[in-house]
Design a protein around this ligand. Structure first.
Ligand SMILES: Nc1ncnc2c1ncn2[C@@H]1O[C@H](COP(=O)(O)OP(=O)(O)O)[C@@H](O)[C@H]1O
Ligand SMILES: [Mg+2]
Length: 316
């Protein structure tokens, strides 16, 4: 049984906002990345997992328990770090830690003290006067002081300075080593890449892609860029690729006689035999980075110019 199950989760806030038919599962011991730009629906999904919000359709389960029906049971063995932190301003950090320890019935403060020193938290001052970074550290310590088996982290590194961001990533790796199950939302590619086994990307409330980090690393296609020696050769290629399935054209620049294509690794030989029949000025592979993969889904990749299709002719 997966530790976290999100099944057809739908919450419609109107005007196409919310989350729609979101489905994914997080297995025990997995670090699962939940990646998407601001407003994509990450927090909405996570609030449903926590049992703070009731789905319109679908459901979420934590260790098989329905989030909405069993919220308080679920939260006992789960550490939740919200994206926006609201702390009682009238307390000192030390008082707040004590209060949370009492609420959770924690007597042995060994783990709490470990977290305090790891994150270099100085809890002495009043919360009202604490910096945002210090408040986040306090939230981190109190979210994980009961050493929960499941961690649900909503953009956990926002508001932390770069050093603390790397301490946090190290903490996630340590927790993973201990066999914890972790859901990590982020709009930052690097922290997902550094830690996650599996990743779902969400955009406009809908999952657009789910893949393992291994799949991402062993990318199964390659991109090539080349220029023909004449416009006749360019045109001959343009017509030929329309009638075969091995080559996906991502860009055609008629004025420069240039083309960019993507080819599956299994079709490389076929592609080479096709392209070797042309008179080329140059030919090179476009190295494909992990970030390119993400950017493709974020519609911010100017390089793909209108997306991958055979009619992507740039007339400039
Ligand atoms: N309580 C709410 N009422 C109305 N709209 C909401 C509410 N919560 C979130 N939204 C909208 O739902 C969309 C997803 O928001 P959110 O889950 O916070 O995105 P993310 O965490 O990925 O930045 C946004 O368009 C947001 O404005
Ligand atoms: Mg959010």
């Amino acid at each position: 049984m997966p530790v976290l199950q999100i099944e057809h989760l739908t919450k419609d806030y109107g005007h196409n906002r919310g989350v729609f038919d979101v489905t994914f599962q997080v297995e025990k011991g997995e670090v699962y990345g939940f990646l998407g730009p601001n407003g994509a629906g990450k927090t909405t999904t996570i609030r449903h997992i926590m049992g703070f919000s009731r789905p319109l359709l679908g459901y979420t389960l934590v260790n098989g328990l329905n989030s909405w029906e069993r919220a308080s049971d679920i939260q006992k063995n789960l550490g939740y770090l919200p994206g926006e932190i609201a702390l009682p301003e009238s307390l000192t950090g030390t008082q707040f830690i004590k209060m949370m320890a009492d609420l959770r019935g924690i007597n042995d403060m060994t783990h709490t003290n470990y977290l305090i020193s790891k994150f270099e938290l100085n809890p002495a001052g009043s919360l009202k006067r604490m910096s945002l970074g210090m408040k986040r550290k306090l939230a981190i310590v109190t979210a994980f002081m009961h050493n929960p088996a499941i961690l649900v982290l909503d953009e956990p590194t926002s508001g932390l300075d770069p050093i603390m961001q790397s301490v946090f990533i190290e903490f996630i790796k340590e927790e993973k080593e201990k066999g914890k199950t972790i859901l990590l939302s982020s709009h930052i590619f690097n922290e997902i890449d550094a830690t996650c086994d599996k990743i779902s990307m969400i955009k406009d409330g809908r999952l657009i892609s789910t893949f393992t980090s291994d799949e991402l690393r062993h990318n199964e296609s390659k991109s090539f860029k080349f220029e023909f020696n004449s416009n006749e050769e360019f045109e001959r290629f343009r017509i030929e690729v329309q009638s075969q399935k091995y080559i996906e054209v991502t860009s055609l620049k008629r004025h420069k006689n240039q083309a960019e294509v993507r080819v599956n690794d299994t079709d490389i030989n076929m592609f080479i035999s096709i392209i070797s029949d042309y008179d080329l000025k140059f030919f090179s592979e476009i190295k494909f980075t992990l970030e390119d993969y993400f950017m493709k889904f974020y519609d911010r990749n100017s390089k793909t110019e209108g997306g991958a299709n055979n009619n992507a002719i740039d007339r400039n």
